[in-house]
Design a protein around this ligand. Structure first.
Ligand SMILES: Cc1ncc(COP(=O)(O)O)c(C=O)c1O
Length: 481
């Protein structure tokens, strides 16, 4: 009853949708980088649930008019906010095909499972990891980090924690990460029952990197105090400025201390695809687990994250489950062991791997690496322009693709300038010319451009800087007048 009564009519609407989608991506430069959702649209999207059917054409028309134009905008060449990938046409096509197949990749014996295994193997091989490696696609790095934290917990205190939870002794687990670590690690530590009070947050040095010697000191002190150090989290690209922790030294320390070493490489891990950038990330390949995203620097449409774990057995022991309704069989559809559901919290799982597969097959690792290198060069260009510009001050070097900066206004106090930074970034977004975001760098509000975008050109960056000069210049002049 839910299939079209008239397939030809469905085909027409579907073709129109596909044409519009292709135009949308082809013409992304022509649209505003972002535009706010108008009140009438918000109103419409509060309407109650329809009880009666409507022709697909009219549903599509409503989408085209009220939803399509109000995207967050990250397919636009001048969208440089937070850290978000810019999508690919073939990735979008793959999502249509994956939805068509409607495969559930939780397990069983069908193509989606083999595609996902192939993706995990490609990245296992990239990091030079052994056959024992396991991994799976998840929503994003937040979920990937949580999976890794839970596996590390099993490693430290045994699989019985699944049944017993944390007791008086095991509630003394402690983890170590720098202050520059993404908030999702804290969430993961909380969700794992370890408690964020047991996350030792270390200050960073002037390059925004954690100092392994300080972790070593804390581990010794914690052990003396009866705590159980179980996890060191290193960053391959911190969210604020893109700094890379001394991963090799962290790997040495973790090995010495018999502590799990996890790397959050949400975007930075993908720079490992580039031979030129790989030396900066050395040490990541010695981790016990790595979390990263395809939806960031590989531009696979949202959402697609991944976690790989060197010791697949302990990974499986953390999540494996059974039930009469999911009995594995030697043949038939219920074969295909191991099932992905045994490596993460979900049973039903989308065929996310197809859009990753399409993206990597179409472009090849070398071209994807080239796009990453190009973004790093663009970031260096932007940073050097800012450095030699009397109106701006560079607040963090372009280690990878992130540049933090702010206007110079020697006559203004810090608090006023912080407010101007925030206001200027909002106004830039509202102008539709470009999107950047903000952060705080060593206590000072910063404009932050993350060039995680394969459509950006040098001219785009020039335009962003000139627009900010004009907006911030006007705000500073007004404040001083
Ligand atoms: C370093 C880092 N870790 C984790 C995350 C969270 O990743 P996701 O948004 O895919 O959950 C991000 C997001 O920007 C990040 O930059």
């Amino acid at each position: 009853v839910l299939d079209p009564a008239d397939w030809e009519r469905f085909r027409q609407t579907a073709h129109r949708a596909l044409d519009d989608a292709i135009d949308y991506l082809r013409d992304s430069r022509e649209r505003p980088a972002w535009q706010p959702v108008p009140e009438n649209v918000k109103q419409r999207l509060r309407e109650p649930m329809p009880q009666e059917p409507a022709p697909l054409e009219s549903v599509y028309r409503e989408f085209a008019e009220f939803i399509f134009p109000y995207a967050s905008g990250n397919t636009h060449p001048r969208w440089l906010g937070w850290v978000q990938g810019s999508g690919t046409p073939s990735g979008a096509l793959a999502d249509l095909l994956a939805a068509t197949m409607n495969s559930n990749a939780g397990g069983r014996d069908h193509a989606a499972v083999y595609v996902e295994r192939q993706i995990v193997r490609w990245f296992r091989d990239l990091f030079g990891w052994p056959e024992t490696t396991s991994g799976l696609l998840v929503m994003g790095t937040s979920a990937a980090n949580l999976v890794a934290i839970l596996v590390a917990r099993t490693k430290a205190i045994g699989v019985r924690v699944r049944e017993d939870g944390l007791d008086q002794h095991t509630s003394k687990l402690v983890a170590y990460a720098s202050a520059a670590t993404h908030a999702c690690v804290r969430k993961g530590i909380e969700a794992a029952g370890v408690g964020s009070a047991n996350l030792r947050v270390l200050p960073v040095d002037e390059d925004h990197r954690v100092e392994p010697a300080r972790i070593a000191e804390l581990i010794a002190r914690d052990r003396a105090d009866g705590f159980i150090p179980f996890l060191i989290v290193g960053n391959a690209g911190t969210v604020d400025v893109g700094a890379i922790d001394p991963l090799g030294e962290l790997a040495d320390l973790a090995k010495r201390e018999h502590v799990w070493f996890h790397v959050d490489g949400a975007f930075g891990a993908m720079a490992y695809l580039s031979e030129r950038l790989r030396p900066q990330l050395r040490g990541i390949e010695r981790a016990d687990s790595i979390a990263f995203d395809f939806h960031k620097w590989l531009h696979v449409p949202y959402d697609a994250g991944c976690v790989v774990v060197r010791d697949g057995e302990i990974h499986r022991a953390t999540f494996a489950s059974e039930g009469p309704y999911i009995t594995r069989m030697p043949r038939g559809l219920a074969a295909g062991e191991p099932w992905f559901t045994d490596y993460g919290p979900d049973l039903s799982r989308a065929f996310r791997a197809l859009k990753v597969w399409f993206t990597i097959k179409e472009h090849g690792a070398r071209r994807l690496a080239h796009a990453i290198e190009m973004n790093c060069e663009q970031a260096r260009y932007l940073a050097s322009r800012i450095e030699s510009d009397a109106d701006f001050e560079l607040l963090s070097p372009a280690v990878l693709q992130i540049v933090c900066f702010r206007p110079r206004a020697p006559l203004l106090d810090d608090v006023s300038l912080d407010r101007i930074v925030d206001e200027a970034v909002i106004r830039l977004q509202e102008s539709g010319v470009a999107v950047i975001s903000t952060t705080t760098v060593f206590g000072r509000r910063a404009m932050r451009a993350s060039i995680t975008n394969h459509r950006t050109t040098i001219e785009d960056l020039d335009l962003v800087l000139e627009s900010l000069r004009e907006i911030a210049g006007g705000l500073i002049a007004k404040r001083l007048s």
